[in-house]
Design a protein around this ligand. Structure first.
Ligand SMILES: [Zn+2]
Length: 469
């Protein structure tokens, strides 16, 4: 017999928090696991289901979860429910896979606004992974700014001891002495800087050191900050890429210029970690990226954030944005001192143009069939973890992708890039039961991904960001 929840009590109009609270009650009402007990099963019925594959959504769906995994997906009225399953009514809701951020950073700020030179701590990383997940970001790749204890956290998480967004890392990335990435190591005892090799031999030796930690990717920065900083020499990035490949690792590059992107693709880079922002991409780059299967992570929102605060963006008043803010940050963002400081940036016209070029190039590359992943470069000060991932979807749609295409990039394609598409990324049988429950359909308006009422991870509901305060 099915234990139906009291659907009358599942009144979402009463509040955004009701769903996860109720769903949590469903979970704890299950009998304790024992030898003879049937497997723990939950049936979610009635939602519009966006499976992440890029296929059209399934109306009036049924999603059957067993022991934290998706057992079956089908149509309401055409599915047999497992004996004893708990049933959750999701009529009027939309479900979709959590977002996968292939380009984030951890431990660089505590409040989201100020740099935190002492912020690279296990506690802060835990908090940030929790915030990502509460915003519906199920996976984050920390791209090249980590300290080595990140590997302990990753191991703890894989052992079930660290909640929050699933963590991948590129460990310590490869930059240039006196150049990109600017900054340096956190101001903490024992903290190390990025690698900054000066010869190909040194670069190879440092890749071999990095490999001992088993990172998920290798990160290189190839940029000169509008000509102001030394740029990584081709013989250095060639050595890094070659050695990484010999060691079985893939390389993602920070890029800005078309010429840099071409040289990196020719050198065998696996992914571009930002948009190409100086000029329109051309047929040479497109054919080389396609021939070699090189993916692009646009990070449009990162580019928007470089100029947006000079003219406060509308999303500062978005309650979903505000739900994740620490105390005082909104006041700081809206202060005339901060606005004026941003307006005084002489690079503003170049930064605005770079953003527009990045959007245009995304559409060109997508239409040409280049693999488009999803990432934001969130995590440094004023690049808000969690909200920025939703903003990125909006900007991808502004660039000309459909909501369905943008969502597929952020779910299926990004899981493929991680090599994890047999575990997550789409809502199909055998995958982990991770998904978002939305109060409105993001295919009608991509902003509706912000109507987040629950985040499910491994078949269990968790509170969304709006419920955390
Ligand atoms: Zn970055």
């Amino acid at each position: 017999m099915n234990n139906r929840c009291s659907h009358g009590g599942l009144n979402m109009r009463g509040g955004r928090l009701g769903l996860w609270v109720l769903a949590a009650v469903v979970s704890v009402s299950l009998p304790p696991a024992a030898g003879q007990e049937p497997p723990e099963t939950t049936v979610l019925e009635g939602a519009l289901l966006i499976d992440g594959s890029g296929r059209p959504p399934l109306a009036k769906s049924v999603l059957i979860i067993e022991e934290g995994k998706i057992r079956a997906v089908g149509k309401l009225g055409a599915m047999r429910y497992p004996e004893g399953a708990e049933i959750v009514n999701l009529r009027g809701k939309t479900i979709m896979p959590p977002l996968i951020n292939l380009h984030g950073h951890l431990g660089q700020t505590r409040d989201g606004f100020n740099a935190a030179p002492h912020g690279y701590t296990a506690e802060n990383l835990r908090d940030q992974l929790a915030k990502y997940l509460a915003y519906g970001v199920g996976t984050v790749v920390s791209l090249g700014t980590d300290q080595d204890f990140v590997y302990d956290l990753r191991a703890a998480q894989r052992a079930g001891e660290l909640p929050g967004a699933r963590l991948y890392t590129a460990g310590r990335g490869f930059g240039v002495k006196g150049g990109f990435p600017p900054g340096g190591p956190p101001k903490m005892k024992g903290a190390v800087d990025r690698y900054r090799p000066q010869t190909p031999e040194q670069a190879r030796a440092e890749v071999r050191e990095l490999v001992t930690h088993k990172p998920d990717f290798v990160k290189v920065w190839v940029d000169d900050d509008f000509g102001r900083l030394p740029k990584m020499k081709p013989e250095i990035f060639r050595a890094i890429i070659e050695e990484a490949h010999q060691q079985g690792l893939r390389v993602i590059a920070h890029v800005f210029y078309l010429e840099g992107a071409k040289a990196l693709v020719q050198a065998g880079v696996d992914g571009l970690g930002h948009s190409i922002r100086d000029q329109a991409v051309d047929a040479d780059l497109i054919s080389a990226m396609k021939a070699r299967g090189v993916f692009l992570i646009p990070t449009l929102v990162r580019d928007e954030s470089t100029f947006a605060y000079a003219d406060p963006p509308r999303w500062l008043d978005d309650r979903f944005f505000q739900a994740g803010l620490e105390i005082g940050v909104l006041t700081s963002l809206k202060s005339s001192a901060f606005i004026n400081q941003n307006r005084a940036n002489p690079d503003l016209p170049k930064l605005r143009a770079a953003f527009e070029m990045g959007k245009k190039n995304l559409k060109t590359l997508f239409d040409a069939g280049v693999k488009i992943g999803f990432g934001t470069d969130s995590g440094p000060p004023k690049r808000f973890q969690g909200f920025f991932e939703h903003r990125e979807l909006q900007l991808m749609v502004e660039s000309g992708l459909t909501p369905l295409q943008a969502i597929a990039a952020a779910t299926r394609t990004s899981a493929e890039i991680l090599g994890a598409n047999s575990e997550f990324g789409t809502l199909s049988p055998g995958k982990q039961a991770d998904f978002l429950v939305l109060d409105a359909n993001p295919l009608d308006d991509i902003h509706n991904t912000e109507e987040l009422v629950a985040v499910w991870q491994a078949g269990k509901p968790l509170p969304p960001i709006a419920a955390r305060k």
